[in-house]
Design a protein around this ligand. Structure first.
Ligand code: PLP
Length: 423
């Protein structure tokens, strides 16, 4: 039964647009209502009607230690007792910055903000400021938060003149956003050949995880690095999802590529609202008050958020990422065989602590292929799994997440649920 969720959703819709504070949560395209959550612990999430689910959303990524990890909870509770916000520096900001700098050799300095959106927005401003150029090249299907310059239409192919993906974004703002298909180095070369001297930065999810899960093809990231070097543009890795998830040192550690700037979010806040951007000191020193490029935040470096992030990273440093990756891969492989045995077209991608079913027969290497996957089967899959106690992302453009709290029993129970699906 979802009676209480339904009642709350109806009440929410009166005062909150669509009844939610972030659109995907509404579960519209899978023809469901959102579950209102009462509590969560470890790999499990419980709704207001008392139903418990194995959680593969994990707040869209942050909860890689599982929900309500005792040490993180203690750190936040103790911090709350010392006051929620000072608007002045606190020790945990320094300690968290130190952890981030230690974790990623490419990051010599880091600035804390409050969300991934703020991180990418600020990193782009910095890249534009240091290069004195305006254009940014992004990839179709990659998500970098909801700041105007990143909301250029996806799907129109390589476009020199982008069209805003939403009303409210002036065409002039996204005119400086260049688009290329993910994994298409030739398209990037063509854009650089024509507009290289104007390109401030290339921003990329080193593993695309907002169009389902699409890994970079061999040579793609290195190719971007080389092109940026050749044209004196900055390479920005948006590691808001992959940071501290694909490996402790993020995708850049995994693939051995050094970006100029990196953006963080999600895991870095341990479930509290934190984003960050960092990189080479020569660039980061351009940020105010050391430099002339302005960026600020009333709640940036908030003591509760810093405490949660710091506790999370300190635990993660000791975690066995390879083991979680192996267990996730085995689970994803078994999920794929089970779904295949149902006669539906299926490919389950997996990398690190992520997995993603695409209901398609073709190889998925870019957004166009993602859009050809079957959305009707996806909706059936989502609804039936939810009814069987498995909480998955309600959209085929979101990757599944695993955590260190997921047990082999969780995976087995999920596979048992999949075996009984009628697709
Ligand atoms: C979630 C996400 C963002 C935006 O972060 P918010 O905290 O939602 O603003 C940016 N980039 C990537 C890759 C993300 O996954």
């Amino acid at each position: 039964m979802e009676t209480t969720s339904l009642r709350l959703f109806e009440a929410a819709r009166k005062h909150i647009p669509g009844g939610v504070n972030s659109p995907v949560r509404a579960c519209r395209n899978v023809d469901s209502i959102p579950l209102f959550i009462r509590s969560a612990k470890g790999s499990s999430i419980t709704d207001v009607d008392g139903n418990s689910y194995i959680d593969y959303v994990l707040s869209w990524g942050p909860m890689i230690l599982g929900h309500a990890h005792p040490e993180v909870t203690r750190a936040v509770t103790e911090a709350a007792g010392r006051g929620a916000s000072y608007g002045a520096p606190c020790e945990d900001e320094v300690l968290l910055a130190q952890e981030v700098v230690d974790a990623l050799p490419s990051v010599e300095m880091v600035r804390m903000v409050n969300s991934g959106t703020e991180a990418t927005m600020s990193a782009l401003r910095l890249a534009r400021g240091v290069t004195g150029r305006n254009k940014v090249l992004k990839f179709i299907g990659c998500y970098h938060g909801h700041a105007d310059p990143f909301l250029a239409a996806a799907g129109s192919g390589v476009a020199t003149l982008s069209i805003p993906g939403t009303p409210g974004v002036p065409a002039a703002v996204v005119a400086d956003t260049l688009l290329a298909p993910y994994n298409d180095l030739e398209a990037v070369k063509t854009l650089f050949a024509a507009q290289g001297p104007d390109i401030a930065a290339v921003i990329v999810e080193p593993v695309a995880a907002n169009m389902g899960l699409v890994p970079p093809q061999p040579g793609f990231l290195q190719g971007l690095r080389d092109l940026c070097d050749a044209h004196k543009s900055l390479l920005i890795f948006d590691e808001v999802i992959t940071g501290f998830r694909l490996a402790y040192g993020g995708a850049q550690a995994r693939f051995g590529i050094t970006p100029d700037l990196t953006t963080f979010g999600k895991i870095i806040g341990g479930g509290l609202p934190v984003g960050a951007y960092g990189g080479k000191a020569i660039y980061m020193r351009r940020i105010a008050p050391e430099g002339d490029i302005y960026q600020a935040g009333t709640l940036s470096g908030n003591p509760l958020a810093m405490a949660a992030g710091l506790a999370t990273l300190r635990i993660l440093k000791t975690c066995d990422y390879a083991a979680l990756e192996q267990r996730t891969a085995r689970f994803a492989g078994e999920l794929e065989s089970i779904l295949k045995s149902k006669g539906v077209p299926i490919r389950v991608h997996t990398l690190g602590a992520m997995f993603c079913p695409f209901f398609t027969d073709e190889a998925v290497t870019n957004f166009e292929a993602v859009t050809r996957a079957d959305t009707k089967i996806f909706a059936d899959f989502y609804k039936q799994m939810r009814a069987k106690g498995v909480y998955l992302a309600p959209a085929p453009f979101e990757t599944g997440m695993t955590s260190f709290a997921h047990t082999d029993r969780d995976f087995a129970a999920t596979l048992d649920a999949a075996r009984t699906l009628e697709l």
